[in-house]
Design a protein around this ligand. Sequence first.
Ligand code: ASP
Ligand code: ASP
Length: 350
Amino acid sequence: MVIQRIFMVLFGAISYSTDQMVEHINNLPREVRKNRDLSVFDVVSIDDLSNDDIHLIFDVAKKFKELGNEKFSLLKGMTVFCVFFEGSTRTRASFELAGKKLGADTINITSNGTSISKGETLHDTAQTLNAMRANIIVVRTEYSGIPQFLAKHVGAAVINAGDGMHEHPSQGLLDAFTMIEHYGDIAGKTVLVVGDISHSRVFGSLVRILPRLRASMRVAAPKTFVRNGFREAFPHVQVFQNVEEALLGTDIVIALRVQEERGGGKGLPTLREFSKTFGINERRFALANVGAIFMHPGPVMRDIEVHNALMTKGTTKILNQVENGLAVRTALEWLVADRTDKKVKLYDSI
Ligand code: ASP
Ligand code: ASP
């Protein structure tokens, strides 16, 4: 009997201290968050986010990054569905890992893009995910606008993980986070985006987030990649057809892959030609400002948009982008699914 009592006291003490430890870990990001909430339930476009939202995401992401491999129970009991109708490795993996870090259950649904074009499938998907009471739906599709549709018709928070040629907001956020991490502040810095700007959803998010952080923007691309109306749509972006001229005075260089799966290759004689005229090699990169950094959202086609030798330089931040992607997506998932104001999303059931 006495032995049993001693065992219970000891066991109680151990479980108590474990609970306390879990709470302590959970409180570290909470202290940075200070009960702030996003002004939106879904993140489909950078345009959805206020400047305060962007800074909240960055503050929390920074804390998650500092805490490294810690695990949390902030989303315990919640479910994250990663619905990928188009291939991805790093984006899907980081959203899934983010969910797991937060203690959520994560489910992956992958399918090729063709079934979704039949229309009905998307309604079914939305209804099914609703019936399963998903808390977060991370969606990637080859069609622009599908995350918007889902966001309207499900109770879960929807995060757009790339829709066709439209946007990839978590990529825009992690790119901006990486720039700020390097420079402290990017107001007044010049960012040059080189390559397939017309088919790139990463560009779609960059062109929206960078002016919000008061960075100035340039693009260098073949004429065939600058769509009619581009200059009117983005009057704040300087357009160059000569990459060397564009590089002069630049602080951040971002190269984009030619999106052949979206017809990007049709605007070029050959990829080799593109590499010769727009590929970033060490000689070209040296034209940028002293201390400039090089970025790429991945996957990289080595020796096409970027010369192999540049990949391993200290000024190349591609792996930092990947690491920051996890921190930013962890912040996003936590913020969309765990509201301290207890507001509930309203949606139109189908
Ligand atoms: N396009 C994919 C992405 O979003 C490529 C990859 O996943 O590696 O990252
Ligand atoms: N991973 C990025 C995307 O999914 C960039 C790329 O695929 O080139 O858009």
